[in-house]
Design a protein. Structure first.
Ligand SMILES: O=P(O)(O)OC[C@H]1O[C@H](O)[C@H](O)[C@@H](O)[C@@H]1O
Length: 317
């Protein structure tokens, strides 16, 4: 693009535009041409592109672009509930709320934002939310795009309530893949998981890396902090690094469920896979004044880069 990193103005590379509902969205760009878009609606990352302009996140061609519904794709935020495991609406309310730009967020300890395009968003408990979830909170999200194209999301939830509360959480990450039957996940083998297709019963993953030949809706428990999603056909690997997010939800609706979702194409299950850094089995508990941080970093590398260099535990394979 004719810019060198040394003179690249990261502030100027952060642009506010409008999304399909006329709602502000933030465009983040890097000198080499990677980009990401974040809508203030739900703080949903709706696009992440590499330096060649190729989209890396899935969005359904049938997605319904009508607030307050979250669109089918990108990275919706599930908070303060994942799935239907509580009294709230599926995946909680944060993905359906309007977030604000946080002009002056409290500093993020140990986080170096130099050389990154980033935006800070904030969601505070509203009176309406207090009716169904009576806890005052502040939820801050930083979305940062590094010069090498890595996308980082840092969530901070603070209890500003007089009493403790607990919540579950997920970055519901819709990865765009070439063909689901060519995909395998490394890093979850031998773990225990809760299977949503069997009333959340607990099983132990057997054998090798995870591959896909039917519907999958699972929560892998106490997972390592680095997971790789290998796309054999594209010869590239999504690397998911996480902190404060012990669980990994894995979802592909496959053929039958795809047909039952109005905002999802019948064949689109072949091009997507949700792999979510999450806190589900043991919800986060915060005392008054306490704060929780959950960090997710997404990268794409050529498949030849894996797995030893990523430090994945290959023992037993
Ligand atoms: O349709 P949504 O509310 O966005 O949920 C989509 C999916 O999210 C998660 O992966 C759940 O485990 C699935 O059971 C659910 O179908």
């Amino acid at each position: 693009m004719g810019h060198s990193a040394a003179v690249w103005d990261y502030r100027a590379a952060t642009e506010i535009t409008k999304d399909w509902n006329g709602i502000d969205q933030v465009l983040l760009r890097t000198p080499r041409g990677s980009s990401a878009r974040v809508s203030l609606h739900g703080a949903q990352v709706t696009s992440w592109r590499n330096e060649h302009g190729e989209e890396l996140l899935f969005t359904s061609s049938k997605a319904i672009f009508k607030a307050p519904k979250a669109i089918r794709g990108g990275i919706p935020m599930c908070f303060p509930q994942f799935g239907n495991c509580g009294s709230l609406e599926q995946h909680g309310f944060a993905r359906n709320r309007m977030w604000a730009i946080d002009e002056n967020p409290p500093p993020l300890p140990g986080n170096d934002s130099s050389g990154k395009s980033f935006i800070d968003l904030v969601l505070k408990s509203s009176e309406e939310d207090m009716k169904c979830w009576p806890h005052s909170f502040e939820f801050r999200l930083r979305v940062a795009l590094a010069a090498d194209g890595d996308l980082t999301l840092i969530s901070r939830v603070r209890n500003i309530n007089g009493k403790p509360f607990s919540f579950s959480f997920a970055y519901h990450t819709y990865l765009l893949v070439s063909d689901i039957s060519e995909i395998r996940i490394e890093g979850l083998e031998t773990l225990d998981y809760l299977d949503n297709l069997f009333k959340k019963e607990r099983f132990t993953e057997q054998g090798d890396a995870i591959t896909f030949e039917s519907e999958v809706d699972r929560v892998y428990l106490s997972s390592p902090n680095i997971i790789a999603v290998l796309d054999h056909e594209k010869k590239r690997t999504f690397v998911i690094r996480k902190e404060g997010l012990p669980d990994v939800a894995v979802w592909n609706p496959w053929e039958k469920k795809s047909k039952s979702m109005v905002d999802f194409g019948d064949e689109e299950y072949k091009q997507m896979l949700c792999v979510d850094g999450a806190v589900i089995e043991k919800p986060v508990s915060l005392k008054p004044g306490e704060e929780w941080t959950g960090r997710l970093q997404l990268s794409v590398v050529p498949s030849s880069f894996c797995s030893d260099r990523l430090g994945l535990d290959r023992s037993g394979l």
